[in-house]
Design a protein around this ligand. Structure first.
Ligand code: AMP
Ligand code: ZN
Length: 491
């Protein structure tokens, strides 16, 4: 498996620190508002990476933090007239809820910054002891020039940064490049006691401390959106490596930005769509499909047109799987079907899917492999009005393969409605048109279809149409295919 490493700018073989196990950390949200679909893209990618690593046989431990203390949370609390803790709690709940709606699995550990203050204070003390940090008026700063490796992740030029930083000089800093790890409390702000007086942690600090505490170093994989490379991840690395003298992360994965009209979606630009609102308008699987049709490092342009296209693609996949399942059970017997093309298409889809995912999680290529199989399956069904026993097995395996591969990406297909949810009027209809005496909805439907076939053969079209209309009233649609009549319920 090869993964692009932001730090080396090349695809590297995944070398894990412990055989068969992956320790992965991804930065979580700052909980001051509902997340937008740009944030959702990044969280989705880490969900898919985790699912694929598990599918490949790795045991993954995944940690994602919640930043629940921050300027933005404090400002929002002023706006909403409540406490920062109330804001954080409200939007943490909303975040977890919308992650579930989007089919994103909970991380193994979801630490909150405000509950991890002691380990952050320990990290600062270690850095002061080692000469990488200093206190000034109750703030503590990391001394960037004390770290010869600073900028190794982002590849930025430290002298250029220095020139830019001079514009915004802060008296308390020894060097304009230095960044705050601990901020002295201002009146009315949430604060915790520390050796430097009451204050709160800086954002970069929390991830270094929590990653070290919950996963140990070096992390196998660390990442977030590409906007976090500098300064957030650069600073996390600097703190962790200066403190513990070991590599912070072996592989850095960064997700490209989701854009609208070629502009990054962000809260500050005001061009954002909230994930919860988009999920009110479409199936989560459709949004996943849209997002995963672009490889994760590329920018992704979101539009309503693309969402509609994804919905069409999703319906096409769902239909072929429904048709395959139906044909396996209902198609008339036929000897000598040529299954070789479909057998080959199933094997190709599996092989190409894995090849593409092993190549830096190329979900776009992996989905293309699934679409190839969808096309081959459609062709097979059109070409074969009946199926042999062997063909039924192949057809079932094609449907199962499509479901399995999409499942690895967390894209679920609609399940057939359970018979008990079918309207009881189905039984009455079968009694009227087919002389059915029982009470089972499945049997009733079979009886109705058989009665309709018989009526058509005898050219009693009024009866055949009556059955069709009766079924339509109960939201069943009949479609006459080369393999016979098939029924779908609902949409
Ligand atoms: P935040 O809560 O702002 O720290 O963002 C949470 C995650 O969303 C981070 O990993 C960001 O890098 C990521 N992110 C923010 N905006 C976008 C965007 N437009 N596209 C993709 N990821 C984003
Ligand atoms: Zn972080």
């Amino acid at each position: 498996m090869r993964i692009y490493n932001t730090e080396t700018r090349t695809k590297e073989e995944l070398h894990v620190r412990e055989p068969g196990k992956v320790a992965m950390y991804a930065c979580g949200p700052t909980v001051y508002n509902h997340i937008h679909i740009g944030n959702a893209r990044t969280f989705l990618i880490f969900d898919v990476i985790r699912r694929y690593l598990s599918y490949s046989g790795y045991e993954v431990t995944f940690v994602q933090n919640i930043t629940d203390v921050d300027d933005k949370i404090i400002n929002r609390a002023h706006e909403e007239g409540c406490t920062p803790a109330q804001i954080a709690e409200k939007y943490t709940e909303a975040f977890i809820d919308v992650m579930h709606r989007f089919g994103i699995a909970d991380p193994d550990i979801r630490p909150k910054a405000t509950e991890e203050i002691p380990s952050m204070i320990e990290l600062i003390e270690l850095l002061i002891e080692r000469g990488h940090a200093y206190e000034a008026d109750g703030d503590v700063y990391f001394s960037v020039r004390s770290d010869p490796d600073y900028c190794k992740l982002s590849g930025r030029d430290i002298d250029e940064l220095q020139a830019g930083a001079r514009v915004d000089v802060d008296e308390r800093k020894r060097d304009p490049l230095d960044f705050a790890m601990w901020k002295a409390a201002k009146p009315g702000e949430p604060s915790w006691d520390s050796p430097w007086g009451p204050g709160r942690p800086g954002w970069h600090l929390e991830c270094s401390a929590m990653a070290h505490k919950y996963l140990g170093l070096p992390l196998d994989i660390h990442g977030g959106g590409s906007d976090l490379v500098f300064p957030h991840h650069e600073n996390e690395t600097a703190q962790a490596e200066a403190a513990w003298g070991t590599t912070f992360a072996n592989l850095w994965v960064h997700v490209g930005m989701l854009r609208i009209n070629s502009e990054k979606m962000s809260k500050s630009l005001g061009n954002f769509l909230l994930l919860k609102d988009v999920l009110d308008t479409c199936d989560p699987a459709v949004l996943r499909l849209l997002m995963l049709q672009t490889a994760y490092r590329s920018p992704l342009d979101f539009s309503d047109e693309r969402l509609a296209e994804a919905a069409t693609s999703y319906d096409r996949i769902a239909n072929v799987v429904r048709n395959l399942d139906w044909a396996a059970g209902n198609a008339p017997d036929a000897a000598g079907c040529d299954v070789s093309a479909l057998v080959a298409a199933v094997a190709d889809a599996r092989r190409v899917f894995v090849e593409q995912m092993d190549d830096d999680f190329n979900t776009a290529g992996a989905l293309a492999a699934v679409f190839e199989l969808v096309t081959a399956a459609n062709t097979f069904l059109t070409d074969n009005p009946g199926l042999s026993e062997e063909a039924r097995d192949v057809v079932r395996s094609a449907a199962a393969t499509i479901g399995e591969l999409l499942g690895v990406l967390g894209i679920t297909l609609p399940t057939d409605e359970a018979a008990e949810d079918w309207p009881p009027e189905l039984v009455d209809l079968a009694k009227r048109f087919a002389g059915y005496e029982g009470s089972d909805a499945h049997e009733a439907l079979d009886a109705l279809l058989a009665a309709r076939d018989a009526a058509r053969a005898e050219r009693r079209f009024d009866v055949a149409d009556g059955i069709r209309d009766g079924l339509a009233e109960l939201d069943f649609t009949i479609e006459d295919t080369a393999m016979g009549a098939r029924v779908s319920h609902g949409s």
